[in-house]
Design a protein around this ligand. Structure first.
Ligand code: ADP
Length: 169
């Protein structure tokens, strides 16, 4: 039995959809550990230290939330945290296949792990970090989609380096 859960992700950057899930988890579980994945093979817009700092600031009001980075296999990180519950988000059907694959892979790697899926509030169902980066990179207003600290970080990033606009695929 565990009362602490791990919510892993890239959070590049954290959006209001992620925050919605952290809030929901923090109401249900004793402690939520947000694990910001440092690697994954994809080149992030924000380095992991900045993604952690932004997530910490955005969740500062939630007393039972801890934010840290992790590297390597999620199952190893869970073992290290003595937790066996992973929180993941399900937005539209499009998330389902990938999330099912990940959940079953993690279960194969470690039989004790359970993945719990939470649905965000309807307004965040179509929100993703990728969309936020694409819109912000083209000068669009993303203030309704991200915490204020992230809005500022995106503004700084794109006013410095306007060429870092990721494509929407
Ligand atoms: P990853 O690279 O691990 O998919 P993300 O940062 O994109 O990392 O997402 C982390 C988790 O948060 C995933 O389970 C994803 O489905 C979920 N998530 C992302 N955006 C939202 C959102 N708008 N509402 C709810 N869950 C979300």
């Amino acid at each position: 039995m565990t009362s602490h859960v791990v919510y892993p992700g890239s959070f590049d950057p954290v959006t209001n959809g992620h925050i919605d899930l952290v809030e929901r988890s923090s109401r249900v579980f004793g402690q939520v550990i947000v694990g910001v994945a440092s690697g994954h093979g994809k080149e992030p817009l924000f380095p992991v230290e900045e993604r952690v700092a932004l997530m910490r600031q955005a969740t500062a009001s939630m007393r039972n939330v801890r934010v840290e980075s992790f590297d390597g296999l999620l199952v190893d990180y869970l073992r290290q945290k003595e937790s066996c519950v992973v929180i993941r988000g399900l937005r539209a059907i499009s998330d389902f296949e990938y999330e099912l694959q990940m959940a079953l892979t993690n279960r194969q790697l470690s039989g004790e792990i359970e993945t719990i899926f939470l649905m965000p509030s309807q307004e965040y169902v179509f929100l993703s970090s990728r969309i936020v980066k694409a819109v912000a990179g083209l000068g669009g207003d993303v203030s309704a989609w991200v915490p204020p600290v992230v809005f500022e970080a995106l503004r700084r990033k794109y006013s410095r380096a306007p060429k870092e606009v990721p494509g929407v695929s």
